[in-house]
Design a protein around this ligand. Structure first.
Ligand SMILES: [Zn+2]
Ligand SMILES: [Zn+2]
Length: 273
């Protein structure tokens, strides 16, 4: 595959999420759990042109994905897509001008074909997305990720497969979660099938998802309390037999240099070309 799209992960984690997929004819913003000011600041840092955003996609109602949405909607004329479950789930969302879609819909936006797929999370009706670009009828590029899911649904396993850029939730290290500061009910929620994927769960899924087309695997939604970026990176790197780049604890590469493992961050935006 050759890069026809670029991924800007402006924030990833339980304190805020926002990502932009830049396609050939426009960009799509996925979630907005940042203030408008911070969204623009981070986009500027990495050279992401928010003026190209032609649509917003919302994965689910949790505040770390929606806290900035109402302000964004005040300044944005394009469609904001969400499931009916998400749109009706919280008072601060019910007033927003959503375009309602199903969690298995297909959209055409910015020169990209976007397939939604359902997740398993303790919310009304969550979804995530696979972005594709076709050239002369052939698949030319694919990006997908899944976060905020306690397990990968069959649909997710199918649509995450064979992407050039694959993002996968590596929320917690199971040992750190078990011995960490969260109260028991929260530990059970995070580790449950409607919670978040652990490092080990993400690593176990990789052999099913990575193909010769995969160039970058990025660990996402890493907990600041129950994980460390280096642990998430190590789990994913081990699963694909990648070695850490000299001097780095969070970037690894396979021997042939064709596959890179990296981590996204709560505070620093990440660009993947
Ligand atoms: Zn989240
Ligand atoms: Zn969530």
């Amino acid at each position: 595959m050759t890069p026809h799209m670029h991924l800007y992960i402006l924030a990833s984690g339980s304190k805020g999420n926002a990502a932009v997929v830049e396609g050939p004819e426009g960009s799509v913003l996925v979630d907005c759990g940042l203030s408008r000011r911070e969204l623009h600041r981070r986009a500027d840092v990495v050279g992401c042109d928010l003026g190209r955003v032609c649509a917003v996609l919302v994965t689910h109602e949790h505040g770390d994905h929606t806290s900035g949405l109402s302000v964004i909607c005040n300044h944005f004329d394009g469609p904001v897509y969400a499931t009916a479950g998400t749109a009706g789930a919280r008072a601060h969302l019910t007033r927003l001008p959503f375009t309602l879609v199903d969690h298995d819909c297909t959209l055409q936006l910015g020169g990209m074909t976007i397939h939604a797929f359902p997740l398993s999370h303790d919310v009304a009706d969550p979804m995530c997305f696979r972005f594709e670009v076709f050239e002369d009828g052939e698949l030319a590029d694919a990006i997908a990720w899944a976060t905020d899911t306690g397990k990968l649904t069959n649909e997710a396993l199918e649509l995450l497969q064979g992407c050039r850029i694959l993002g996968i939730e590596a929320n917690h290290d199971s040992q750190m979660l078990a011995t960490g500061p969260y109260p028991g009910y929260l530990k059970a929620r995070v580790a449950g099938t409607r919670g978040h994927l652990s490092n080990d769960q993400a690593a176990e899924a990789l052999p099913l998802l990575v193909t010769d087309d995969t160039e970058t695997i990025v660990a996402m939604h890493i907990s600041q309390k129950n994980n460390r970026p280096s642990l998430a990176a190590r789990a994913l790197a081990d699963a694909v037999d990648a070695r850490f780049v000299e001097g780095s604890k969070t970037e690894a590469r396979t021997k042939d240099g064709l596959l890179t493992v990296c981590v996204s961050s709560q505070d620093e935006p990440l660009v993947i070309w």
